[in-house]
Design a protein around this ligand. Sequence first.
Ligand code: PLP
Length: 461
Amino acid sequence: MGIRENAEATGGATGDDGAAGEQLADRRDAAVRAAVEQGIVGPEIPIAAFLDITGIRRSARALKSAFSSATSAPVLHAFAVKASPLVPVLRLLHEEGLGAEVASPGELALARAAGIRPAATVLDSPAKTPAELREALALGIAVNADNPQELTRIDALVRSAPSSSPIGIRVNPQTGGGSIEALSTATSTSKFGVALRDEGAREWLIGAYLDRPWLTRLHIHSGSQGIPLDLHVQGIRELYALAEEINARVGRRQIDTLDIGGGLSVNFTSDEEAPTYDAFVRELRGTVPGLFSGAYGLVTEFGRSLLAKHGTILARVEYAKSAGGRPVAVTHAGAQVATRTVYAPHSWPLRIAAYDPKGRPKSGPEVAQDVAGPACFAGDLLAADRPLPLLEQDDWVAALDTGAYYFAHHYAYNSLARPAVHGFSADTDGKVRFAVIRAAQTVREIVAESGGAQVGALEGM
Ligand SMILES: *Cc1c(COP(=O)(O)O)cnc(C)c1O
């Protein structure tokens, strides 16, 4: 796989967004129905997660075509593995021509297991150990140094062994945060990168490139969900200006590639996919036209925006009860699969869809109710006081837009098992076909992962 990708047919992805949203909802409804009918879920499999393969492919193609129609320079779309650390998903994206952005030895191992080549892999963690750096440089993986101390380590490694790794420095443009503080990486005191507006930082950066002819990249990632489009664009404009300044000072085009990060926000309020990659590129072209002159190769690192809309958690209503006059549906999806929503419900509200015991969309007058999870603490709610058709025992609830940072990010509270993850697509005859992406965790595995083999370790200690 080369990093230059040709524009491809984009399916419905760049067409009418309303129609694309409707298709997405139709595919999801068909999958829920089929999952119930085919026994993928049932009374003894009360929770599973699903990924819409058609939707993921469309999003990947929409991303590629947005950039390939804007620049003739090479573009590597490195999927942020953090967003969906599942090997078959990485493999699917690889098949669509994407690479991987990794930030830990585990994520690198997942990318390699998926067959993603080092040349299509970028390492970005803020806390890389000497061994991690050595491995990345030996493999030829692109590395973005986070800080001066890391650059000093890289200096020594580059001196000791030649490497084909493209190497850059991450900068924090200090352009400010978005609506979710924990995900804002371009605040003035963010832990990430070299803080560009700090005293002396710009001169230090220019000197770092003057001293190191092998430093050929600059990297930025202004944050994730909640960062408005214009803040991303503003950060990238600063990155571009810095690259131009450094290249002018060095007297040649030493910086040849700009890594513009990921972080496009996802619409969690409806089935519409917005903002689109086309809108993002349009905005970038308007504000930083030089980015698309062909003088710079580009790397992107999108995660959530590629996957979120294509994931669904389906959970059974085990019991329906009432407390203090409020109906409460006790389901099997809670903090273990929707950790952020449960602990920070105002930052991470999720849409919930109701289905009847046969997996058909449930209708009827909406009643404000709580949709609770199975964990033993009071805050374990997927949704509070949410108007929905009254949920009853044996109904199903679906937590929508959970394809990134949800079920793939299991939280082991109450030793609740990791649910299975299934990919789905429709055959030509319309029948929904499922493939296991990750099998459900077994109780035996839970015991093994919880020190089962060391049962006597503390005896007599
Ligand atoms: C998390 C992260 C991304 C991906 O962010 P999304 O919001 O999922 O697109 C990209 N680059 C870096 C450096 C990150 O930390």
